[in-house]
Design a binder for this molecule. Structure first.
Ligand SMILES: [Zn+2]
Length: 110
């Protein structure tokens, strides 16, 4: 195997925003693990238990102004909820999907 494949991939200072507002930001594996551990391996929308390899990284706020906040702003999501997040904040996403967090008062009745 050629090691050239990895050239640049282990640069910890790899640009996070090299393609503007691309949601596929660069998190190194350690950051992923940190986020996974902090969020206890659960989707922050539905609470589903996830394995490290299957987590998706969503965001609390749509676009943090400071790149240093990137880990703090990142949250574990399952694939399903990652796909629907778009540029909603975590809170907006939960509200949209009916996961209004602690309060269950917002149940829709018809
Ligand atoms: Zn979920």
């Amino acid at each position: 195997m050629s090691s050239e494949y990895f050239t640049g991939a282990n640069n910890p200072r790899l640009s996070i925003r090299d393609s503007g507002r691309d949601e596929h930001r660069t998190l190194n594996p350690l950051d992923r693990q940190k986020i996974y551990a902090r969020d206890k391996g659960k989707c922050q929308v539905c609470g589903k238990d996830l394995e490290l390899f299957e987590i998706q990284i969503g965001h609390k706020k749509a676009w943090p102004s400071d790149e240093k906040t990137i880990v703090q702003n990142s949250v574990v999501l399952c694939y399903k909820h990652y796909r629907v997040q778009g540029n909603l904040s975590l809170l907006e996403l939960k509200e949209k999907l009916g996961f209004s967090g602690e309060k269950e008062k917002k149940k829709k009745k018809r």
